[in-house]
Design a protein around this ligand. Structure first.
Ligand code: SAH
Length: 306
């Protein structure tokens, strides 16, 4: 359907499982399109929701609504099967602004290139060997990273098949909602709602007056750890990918894999370096080491030919 996503459809057509459009709350008075100014937490503004390969446009609208109710507004659609349409706008209810502002990008890497912390939400527990958090822990981590100035992404997969392994490989860690193990897959927008709610609770705890606020969760302290007084900015996703590319070349140059396929070792190394949450200076240092490794390997190869 050719439809400018910025031009909301006039009539909300409810689909089978659509919430009736009249369920949309009347916009509250206020200068920012119904949002009270105090509700906008700058940390939440640095957290984006990325939906990968979404199959049903209605779910995109429901996700936008779930986000807006919790004060989130940045939605990115990575290779959606269909662009937002009439169903999306019907289900977004009053969150048309979030939907209309949603960027469409070709893949997950493009959606998170400038991010410093990326979490992948998966319905399957322990599907791949990534560190795994529950939504409360994940929200504390995201909130802390965003409050420290980092760009953060929460990534959600396809309705039928979730996130592919290569997509989870791009994430620092996984988030699993500890649902009924015999029936653990939530509707996509319901999963977005759970995470958005936890982010809101983390934001409220962090911005509450000191006397009223609960102590910061220790998991947040752990992740910001030395980050609290770090002077160097954390490495972005794109910088880490550049590093991994060079690491792969350096390992080839020293024949590290010795005929084995490089994937298994690279997966483990990716996990290790992503867990370390490197800053930009550390990535430069490691890339300097790798450049010397490659140069030395070239010199040795040339000497052996003589
Ligand atoms: N059948 C798919 C589930 C897809 S549900 C599978 O087995 O992977 C669509 C998306 O919602 C998932 O990719 C995930 O991002 C999110 N989701 C659903 N249930 C979840 C859960 N229990 N924990 C975390 N994320 C969940």
């Amino acid at each position: 359907m050719n439809h400018d996503p910025r031009e909301p459809f006039p009539a909300a057509q409810a689909t089978e499982n659509a919430n009736p459009p009249e369920a949309a709350p009347a916009p509250a008075p206020g200068p920012a399109g119904g949002e009270e100014p105090a509700a906008v937490d700058p940390a939440l503004a640095r957290i984006r929701v990325v939906l990968v390969g979404t199959q049903h446009p209605g779910n995109i609208g429901s996700a936008a609504r779930a986000m807006k109710t919790m004060g989130l507004s940045r939605l990115i659609l990575a290779a959606p099967e269909k662009a937002p349409d009439r169903d999306s706008y019907a289900l977004a209810a009053g969150a048309d602004d979030v939907l209309a502002a949603a960027a469409i990008v070709p893949d997950l890497a493009a959606a998170v290139a400038d991010c410093h912390f990326v979490l992948g939400c998966t319905a399957r527990s322990r599907r791949i060997a990534l560190e795994q958090f529950d939504p409360r822990q994940a929200a504390a981590l995201c909130e802390a990273r965003a409050r420290a100035g980092g760009e953060v992404a929460l990534v959600f997969g396809r309705e039928r098949t979730g996130l592919e392994n290569h997509e989870l490989q791009l994430c620092h860690a996984a988030v699993h909602i500890p649902a009924n193990p015999a029936y653990s897959s939530l509707n996509l927008a319901a999963a977005v709602q759970v995470l958005s709610y936890e982010l809101r609770m983390a934001s409220l705890a962090a911005t509450a007056p000191a006397s009223a606020s609960a102590p910061a969760p220790s998991v947040a302290a752990a992740v910001v750890g030395d980050g609290g007084d770090r002077r160097e900015p954390p490495a972005s996703h794109a910088q880490m990918e550049g590093f991994f590319g060079q690491l792969g070349q350096a390992l080839d140059a020293i024949d590290f894999h010795k005929g084995r396929t490089p994937e298994a070792a690279m997966h483990k190394l990716r996990r290790l370096f992503l867990r370390a949450q490197l800053d930009e200076r550390e990535v430069r240092l490691l890339r300097g080491v790798l450049a010397d490794v490659e140069r030395t390997a070239m010199l040795l190869a040339a000497a052996n030919k003589r």
